[in-house]
Design a protein around this ligand. Structure first.
Ligand SMILES: Cc1cc2nc3c(=O)[nH]c(=O)nc-3n(C[C@H](O)[C@H](O)[C@H](O)COP(=O)(O)OP(=O)(O)OC[C@H]3O[C@@H](n4cnc5c(N)ncnc54)[C@H](O)[C@@H]3O)c2cc1C
Length: 418
């Protein structure tokens, strides 16, 4: 059996961050990646000359360590303008500050409801937070509806610990102003979004991939923490001095034979699976970087344009879109046929191009998208992380820390894991 110094499970940006730390501290690290390609969620795929990332992916990293790596790749800077589709209208994001396109009666009802919002302390759940922030009218018409689509979970069952700067707090002046004019300022939490000129989002981490030792096609299936060994689906077993795992905590608990109480906590950690529906158009139809979709009859909650992120993502004269559909759990709740038919109907409903402009609709599923912040999740996560630490496993990354981490934060999570 081969004996290794640092074994890193997962070749996404967190695993690459851990390998960087190993290089900087003079340790020998080998990354083992299940797939036949590096990058994890930051990887991409190509169909007939169209490149698609795995969901939206734009960078707003501010950390010096991360910028020093990402900025080695020439990039395009985009303003963070985005839109929302609600029934037959397009509103600027965030909707509550951009109600101008609505009928006057709707605006009056929503603003009156905002003025009458509860003034007592909000409860611990997200629905209560939304009703206290925006009033019942805005909360029910927009974020409560959207939550069910994006988190595949009712707002009443979610905590609020993930919100941070992600939700714009309600201000009367902003709501009134945006109800009267579409000339509103951009209040998104980051003004600048960066994307590689060439090679898709993965190009930002190309220097890390080039400098790391990675063995592809190695899916870890068993970890023996007493013997300090990892066994892979291809029959290989290696020994380690130090083990770093970026695997999702429920997967880690399954393959590392966690005690019953930990296994039970891990099995209750839920994330969303994402149906990625990628569309190639024969014309330059798409101009918006990304948009949110509120309508329930459209399965997708969000779409973005790879060809707007970089023209190099599509053949000359063409354009592209990718839709994201969320399910609770590691599998999609929809069939491929249903997803494709629904996406084609959505294009018609939203007035995006003509059916004849569509060159292809591709469908694939990512088993882990967003960690769901169910009420009580933090305590279950603590149980699993404490067990992993005691077993000598440095668990990190978006799914190894079980947190809402952007790519820069996942990189640093791996870097700081040991
Ligand atoms: C919808 C969506 C949109 C996002 N948008 C942005 C954005 O705009 N900007 C931004 O900065 N970040 C964004 N992110 C976040 C970013 O994708 C993550 O923070 C980051 O990619 C996570 O990296 P990771 O290495 O922790 O996990 P992953 O990328 O998931 O890497 C884990 C790796 O482990 C491998 N693996 C799994 N099981 C095994 C096993 N048993 N054995 C061996 N290998 C295994 C997987 O194949 C994978 O390669 C987005 C994420 C999602 C889901």
């Amino acid at each position: 059996m081969e004996q290794l110094d640092v074994v890193i499970l997962g070749g996404g940006v967190a695993g690459l961050g851990a390998a960087l730390k190993a290089r900087e501290t003079g340790r020998q690290a080998v990354i083992f990646e299940a797939r036949d390609s590096a990058g994890g969620l930051l990887d991409n795929f190509t169909i007939d000359g169209f490149r698609f990332d795995h969901a939206v992916h734009l960078s707003f990293a501010s950390e010096e360590k991360v910028r020093a790596i990402f900025d080695r790749t020439p990039y395009i800077t985009h303003p963070s303008d985005s839109y929302c589709f609600d029934q037959d209208r397009w509103l600027k994001h965030p909707v509550q500050n951009n109600l101008a396109p609505l009928d006057a009666n709707d605006k009056v009802a929503l603003i009156k409801s905002f003025l009458a919002r509860p003034s007592d302390l909000a409860g611990d759940d997200y629905e209560s937070w939304l009703r206290h922030q925006y009033g019942d009218g805005i909360a029910e018409r927009y974020p409560i509806r959207y939550t069910q689509k994006y988190w595949a979970t009712p707002a009443s069952a979610l905590s609020t610990t993930w919100i941070g700067q992600r939700m714009r707090r309600a201000e009367l002046d902003e709501i009134l102003y945006g109800a009267m004019t579409t000339e509103t300022p951009n209040t998104y939490y980051t003004k600048e979004m960066r994307y590689p000129q060439q090679g898709g989002y993965k190009a930002f981490i190309a220097p890390l991939i080039a400098d790391s030792t990675m063995r592809l096609g190695h899916r870890a299936t068993a970890i023996d923490t007493a013997q300090r060994t990892v066994t892979f689906a291809n029959g290989v077993t290696v020994g380690y001095q130090k083990l770093v795992s970026t695997l999702p905590l429920p997967v880690l608990a399954r393959i590392a034979d966690a005690p019953a109480e930990v296994a039970a906590a891990a099995s209750q950690l839920k994330a969303t699976a994402i149906d990625l529906v990628s569309v190639g158009f024969s014309k330059p139809i798409i101009k918006d970087l990304w948009f949110y979709i509120y309508d329930e009859d459209i399965l997708a909650s969000r779409a973005y344009s790879p060809s707007v992120k970089s023209p190099e993502n599509a053949p000359e004269g063409c354009s592209s879109l990718q839709f994201e559909i969320y399910s609770r759990g590691e599998q999609s709740q929809y069939s491929k046929e249903e997803v494709i038919a629904n996406t084609r109907a959505a294009l018609v409903k939203m007035g995006i191009g003509e059916p004849d402009d569509v060159l292809f609709v591709d469908h694939r599923v990512l088993p882990f998208g967003n960690v769901i912040f169910d009420l009580g999740m933090e305590a279950r996560r603590r149980t699993v992380l404490d067990w992993a630490a005691a077993a000598g496993i440095a668990s990190c990354g978006r799914f190894g820390s079980w947190d809402y981490l952007w790519s820069n934060q996942s990189l640093l999570s791996g870097y700081n894991a040991f």
